[in-house]
Structures are given as structure tokens and as C-alpha cells.
Design a binder for this molecule. Structure first.
Ligand code: CAA
Length: 261
């Protein structure tokens, strides 16, 4: 991998986009390496992933404008599909993915963060979809996910106006869940990840699937999706242990980590 680093700390995998000379912009190679990195994660060992960018200035400053500048119509569509396929893989990744946004999250950078389950950012983070200022639409899901996350009115204002927003406004409109000083961002992301990783992993995965799949259908179908996933938990050892531990009146007993079984 030239542009991605991967580390594992306990149950948490950390994927870092590392192309600082171009503020971590996404060219085809970076997209392919992100895809390969996620697909190599050992889901028996890792329960939560953190996605971040290298350096203190930029999370991801967008798709690579140099690479896009000479594309034909067909090549543009193919490049959009390449990014969309990778981001959809992240969105539907079986375990939660937290975006720790450490600076610029513009264009494809805002878009990749929106394919993650949870976004937190540093105080210097800047979000936006500046594409119309370059003569293009957002191309890696921005027109779809921004409208779903912050509502169509705010998404349209940001996208039509190519208007960047700072961390405090991103927090106010619900694009991020929390803002931290830069130096505290990764610790906060790890704490958030640790709080998820201590819970029953199969149940957490089922919650992700229920929320994501349920949002794509009407409520009658959505609650059936939940019922099936809820039912499936009763086949797990973690459910049996979790409930037995609750019901056990021995107050001295210490809770064991869930087994992911
Ligand atoms: N693509 C390619 N290179 C990029 C880049 C991008 N998206 N963003 C930054 N870079 C490169 C710059 O060209 C520069 O390279 P050189 O040193 O070789 O000149 C280097 O990163 C540092 O950037 P700046 O000198 O511009 O840094 P700055 O601090 O003055 O400005 C910035 C920072 C405001 C983020 C500015 O770099 C910028 O506006 N970048 C482009 C942001 C953008 O428009 N993103 C959307 C791209 S389109 C897209 O993403 C489409 C899609 O949906 C798929």
C-alpha cells in the first residue's frame, strides 16, 4: 500500500488515508487501496473501524482534480462508479465505521465521511461539496447522502452554492456528532469505538444492518427487517451470556468480554 496505513489496537482497526502532498485527495489508486484495506480486515478480530486522514490539515480534500481534468463522459461515469462502489462497500461494511475528520472534508472527502456510520471532527474541519465551482456535480454520492443526512433544503444550499461550512455549523446541522480539539480527536474516536466494541458484536452488526436496510424501505417492511435480525440474536452465545449475566444475582461476578459468537 502506497497511500493507506492500517493499524489494529485491540478490537479497533484504524485506516489512515496517507497522501499528504495532495491533502489526501482520492485518485484511482487511493480508492483501490481503501477498498483492498477494508476487504482485508479480519472481521473475527476487529469490531469497529476508524477512518481518518494523515496530518493535521486535511481529512480528504476531494477526488483528485488532476486525474479528473481530462476525463471523457464515459470515463467520468466510470470514475464516479469506482468511488461509489468503494463508498457503498464502506457504508454496508458489516461492522461500524467511524470517520475521524481531521481537517478538510471537501467533495469526495465529505462524501467518504458520509458513507461512514458516525462522523466526529476536529475544530479545524471544513466540510463542503465544491463541485459546481469546478463544473461538475458531486460524484461519489454527495447529492444523495448529504440530502439524507441534513435534509434536502440544507443539502441543496450547500451543493448549489458550493458553500463550505466549518465544524460548528456541521455540528449544528447534524453532519457530525461531535467536535474536538485536533489533539483530542483520535483519542475521542478510540473511546467511541471502544464503547461500541465492548458490546455484543453480532448484535451491533445486526443493528447496523437493521438501521441501514430499514431506511431504504417503508415502515411496514422496516419493522420486519428488525424482527428478523432481533430473532437471529437469540441463536448467539453472546445473547445467552448477556442475559444470564443480567439475571445472575451474584453481585461479585465480573462481566466477561463478549465472544462474537
Ligand atoms: N485534487 C488534487 N490535488 C489536490 C486536491 C484535489 N482535490 N486538493 C488539494 N490538492 C493539492 C494541491 O493541488 C496542492 O498540490 P501542489 O502542492 O502540488 O500544488 C496541494 O494539494 C496543497 O493544496 P493547496 O496548495 O491548494 O493548499 P491550500 O491550503 O492553499 O488549500 C484547499 C487547501 C482549500 C483544500 C484547496 O487545496 C482546495 O480547494 N482543494 C480542492 C478542494 C475541492 O474542490 N475538492 C472537490 C474535488 S471534486 C470531487 O471531489 C468530485 C467528487 O465528488 C467525486
Amino acid at each position: 500500500m502506497e497511500f493507506i496505513t492500517y493499524e489494529q489496537e485491540g478490537f479497533v482497526g484504524i485506516v489512515t488515508i496517507n497522501r499528504p502532498k495532495a491533502l489526501n485527495a482520492l485518485n484511482s489508486q487511493v480508492l483501490e487501496e481503501i477498498d483492498a484495506t477494508f476487504k482485508a480486515i479480519d472481521l473475527d478480530a476487529v469490531r469497529v473501524v476508524i477512518l481518518t486522514g494523515a496530518g493535521e490539515k486535511s481529512f480528504v480534500a476531494g477526488a483528485d482534480i488532476g486525474e479528473m481534468s481530462t476525463l471523457t463522459k464515459a470515463e467520468g461515469e466510470a470514475f464516479g462508479k469506482k468511488g461509489n462502489d468503494v463508498f457503498r462497500m464502506i457504508e454496508t461494511f458489516p461492522i461500524p465505521v467511524i470517520a475521524a475528520i481531521n481537517g478538510f472534508a471537501l467533495g469526495g472527502g465529505c462524501e467518504i465521511s458520509m458513507s461512514c456510520d458516525i462522523r466526529i471532527c476536529s475544530e479545524n474541519a471544513v466540510f463542503g461539496q465544491p463541485e459546481v465551482g469546478l463544473g461538475i456535480t458531486p460524484g461519489f454520492g454527495g447529492t444523495q447522502r448529504l440530502a439524507r443526512l441534513v435534509g434536502p433544503g440544507m443539502a441543496k444550499q450547500m451543493i448549489y452554492g458550493a458553500r463550505n461550512i466549518k465544524a460548528d455549523e456541521a455540528l449544528r446541522i447534524g453532519l457530525v456528532n461531535a467536535v474536538y480539539p485536533q489533539a483530542e480527536l483520535m483519542d475521542a474516536a478510540k473511546k467511541l469505538a471502544g464503547g461500541i466494541a465492548k458490546n455484543a458484536p453480532i448484535a451491533v452488526r445486526a443493528c447496523k444492518k437493521a438501521i441501514n436496510d430499514g431506511l431504504e424501505v417503508d415502515m411496514d417492511q422496516a419493522i420486519v427487517i428488525e424482527e428478523k435480525l432481533f430473532g437471529s440474536c437469540f441463536e448467539t452465545e453472546d445473547q445467552k451470556y448477556g442475559m444470564a449475566f443480567f439475571l445472575d444475582k451474584n453481585k461479585e461476578k465480573v462481566k466477561e468480554p463478549f465472544q462474537n459468537k
